[in-house]
Design a protein around this ligand. Structure first.
Ligand code: ADP
Ligand code: MG
Length: 699
């Protein structure tokens, strides 16, 4: 239960005066929430810069181009003449050193007269400009009287906004939100407070939203840092709670004698790479330990993670237990099942698939077999975590492409068994520092080598003015019997536009190449997507136009050419992922990166990295250098993935400190008891890391 202390902060923003339905919608979008944002969300939306209004020159001394606050007396108005309503409404004002013109375009009739009555003294703040030898301020940001001036902060925060949301109205909402801030207990230990020189939370929030100094809003200053630490601590503590949740009773073995694993390895048409062998050995070892496994298996696309996961599930089956693999999409789930079916069958491992498509009788029978222990390894989508999916003895949860799932989904799956071991598969190589923040204290196995026999990929950047040549080249490749991917532009935040572009490209290519062209996109139904993918894999379709749905994991080894349109719009990691669809077979592959001219410096550097290497770990490191971690994981904001306040570039030190603090708490007070525990629970709720709290009650 959420501490009642927090109720005021968790009230919807619409309870604030002046925040109506229109603002609510804009705030929902701005703050990235599906539901009405809460007051706490507003408070954690931090300024990106400030405007300094402290310069208070006389008119004569005002410097054009700077923000000034002038004390003036209003002389006269010249409203727009009725015959020319587009002309500005001018207000002539002055002080004892000169005159200033205040200019308003498209003002409501009467509004300016009321704001600046003739003869009244007003404080006017805005950017000074020189126009026809007279000082002018166009649309002053602030116009206040004596009383208003007393309350005017000399420094105004500027927030990231969204179209339609005015800075002023966001500022007013934040000011209201600050009034709702209750006195919260301190959750950071006195040692850390002292060492890091952290202010209390209330002070930190007040100083970033109502800066006293220009530097108050900088991420490296103590106010922002304190909030970043709170956020990091909440994250690390939540991960630690999940991790510490259970030890397996000794003797509860999750790995058997190895006979199934041996059968599978014997049935493989290839030899495991040495990093695959190492990963399998590490996992087998984890499964034998009485401690829960929490292991990340990282490897580039095509590095062979699925077979490692299969061997892990075989180990579990040998001990009479069950394993489950959860993939983020239907296509991927089917891909996995396709890869493992021939191997599993030969080893006698009983496998099944469960996605949103299995329904009715088929689903009921499958669930019955699962509960009876007649299925050893269940592969699926998040359909696996539905309430009525029950295992006889789930011992291993494999989660593919983890960063698409939250802790909540992972917990929901592991909750379907006792002391379930967790193996996370990630095709996005993540630098070590990030593993810590994102996954917490996890063991890591890396598949660094490519399976033997893979051909290098020839990657070239081509200006899109040469599109006709590219289409000709594709035509030649098709005649030579090759399979081609054509990836269409990704337009940020607009699936519909994506779709239109892909559709248009599809039509154009179809007009040229006819029935051998197919289209697959994210808006298609699962079964439809699978059908098209299957046709492509069977070479019935030879040119597949796709939006980024093919991004992860799809395996068509015969495909050897990929064209990526507007490659400059993709992140490095994403380009790498996409390109990983080719170069999987024994034929040499080519990747053409079409870009729009002119390329900026960043895009040039990114395309260069992609051309130079296919090593995902190196690409991840370069990406990190070029743009910061957010993008390594394909997250748009500049901060850490899943974090709103902490920033990897500035708060790297704090990540380690937050982790140490979380580990210390887990050692001293693992059940979060007493006053300190209460305070920490507040922290977890504030940052929405409370998923793990119910586990404490159960333990
Ligand atoms: P990932 O999931 O890491 O992207 P997959 O597990 O889908 O990669 O493997 C890609 C392809 O490589 C599959 O067709 C698989 O059969 C094959 N493969 C896996 N390991 C090896 C290996 N050691 N040698 C040759 N081929 C392999
Ligand atoms: Mg895979």
């Amino acid at each position: 239960m959420r501490p009642t202390l927090l109720n005021r902060l968790f009230a919807p923003v619409t309870t604030l005066p002046g925040v109506g339905p229109k603002q609510e919608k804009l705030l929902r979008y701005l703050l990235g929430r599906d539901e009405t944002p809460r007051i706490v969300d507003l408070l954690l939306h931090l300024p990106s810069s400030v405007i300094d209004r402290r310069a208070r020159p006389k008119i004569r001394d005002a410097v054009p181009g700077t923000v000034v606050t002038l004390e003036v007396t209003v002389d006269r108005h010249r409203p727009a003449p009725p015959r020319n309503p587009r002309a500005p409404h001018l207000v002539y004002a002055g002080d004892d050193t000169g005159d200033v013109v205040l200019t308003y375009f498209r003002a409501q009739p009467g509004y300016v007269e009321k704001l600046l009555p003739v003869g009244a003294k007003r404080y006017v703040s805005g950017t000074a400009q020189m126009f026809d030898g007279t000082l002018q301020i166009v649309h002053p940001d602030r116009v206040v009287d004596e009383a208003g001036f007393a309350a005017l902060s000399g420094i105004d925060p500027v927030y990231p906004l969204t179209e339609g949301l005015a800075l002023g109205s966001l500022r007013r909402a934040v000011a209201q939100a600050l009034q709702k801030l209750p006195a919260l207990p301190e959750w950071i230990s006195p040692e850390v407070i002292r060492r890091c020189n952290f202010p209390p939370l209330t002070e930190a929030l007040n100083r970033v939203h109502v800066p006293v100094e220009l530097t108050d809003i900088l991420p490296e200053r103590p106010y922002w840092s304190r909030l970043a630490f709170d956020e990091l601590l909440a994250g690390q503590l939540a991960l630690a709670l999940v991790r510490a949740q259970l030890r397996r009773p000794a003797g509860d073995r999750h790995a058997g004698d190895g006979h199934l694993r041996k059968r599978i390895i014997d049935a493989l048409p290839y030899a495991l790479t040495s990093s695959q062998q190492k990963a399998v050995a590490a996992i087998s070892d984890d499964l034998r330990q009485p401690v829960r496994m929490l292991r990340l298996l990282q490897g580039d696309v095509g590095s062979g993670k699925t077979v490692v996961a299969l061997l892990a599930s075989a180990a579990v089956a040998e001990a009479g237990k069950q394993a489950a693999l959860m993939a983020p999409t239907e296509i991927l789930a089917r891909q996995h099942i396709k890869t493992i079916t021939p191997l599993a069958e030969r080893a006698g491992l009983r496998i099944a698939i469960l996605t949103g498509r299995e329904k009715g009788k088929e689903r009921r029978e499958l669930l019955a077999r699962l509960l009876a222990g007649e299925i050893d390894f269940l592969v699926g989508t998040h359909a696996l975590i539905q309430d009525d999916v029950a295992f006889k003895a789930l011992a291993l949860a494999v989660v593919d492409e983890q960063h698409r799932f939250g802790v909540r989904e992972r917990l929901a799956l592991t909750a379907k068994g006792g002391a379930v071991d967790v193996l996370v598969l990630s095709a996005t190589p993540i630098p070590r520092t990030l593993v810590l923040t994102y996954f917490g204290d996890m063991d890591v196995s890396e598949l660094r080598e490519k399976p033997a026999g893979r051909q290098p990929i020839d990657t070239r950047a081509v200006a899109d003015s040469r599109l006709p040549e590219v289409i000709d080249a594709v035509g030649r490749a098709l005649s030579a019997g090759r399979l081609v991917y054509w990836i269409c532009p990704l337009v940020e935040e607009s699936e519909t536009v994506d779709l239109a572009d892909a559709q248009a490209r599809f039509e154009r290519l179809k007009a040229r190449f006819g029935g051998q062209v197919g289209l697959v996109h994210g808006k298609m139904r699962g079964s439809e997507k699978d059908r098209v993918m299957a046709q492509f894999a069977a070479s019935e379709i030879r040119l597949l136009v796709a939006t980024t749905v093919v991004e992860v994991g799809v395996d068509v080894p015969q495909a050897t050419i990929m064209v990526i349109e507007n490659a400059e719009r993709f992140g490095l990691a994403q380009l790498h992922q996409l390109r990983g669809r080719i170069g999987r077979g024994s034929e040499a592959s080519t990747c053409l990166l079409l870009y729009k001219e002119p390329l900026n410096e960043m895009s040039t550097a990114r395309l260069k990295v992609i051309r130079e290497t296919t090593d995902g770990f190196r690409i991840a490191e370069e990406d990190l250098k070029l743009r910061g971690e957010g993008d390594v994981l394909g997250v748009r904001q500049s901060g850490l993935p899943g974090y709103r306040i902490a920033r990897s570039d500035v708060h790297a030190e704090l990540i380690a400190q937050a982790r140490d603090e979380a580990l210390r708490i887990m050692k001293d007070n693992p059940k979060l008891n007493g006053t300190q525990g209460e305070a920490l629970r507040c922290l977890l709720y504030l940052f929405e890391r409370d998923e793990a709290l119910p586990l404490l009650g159960a333990g």
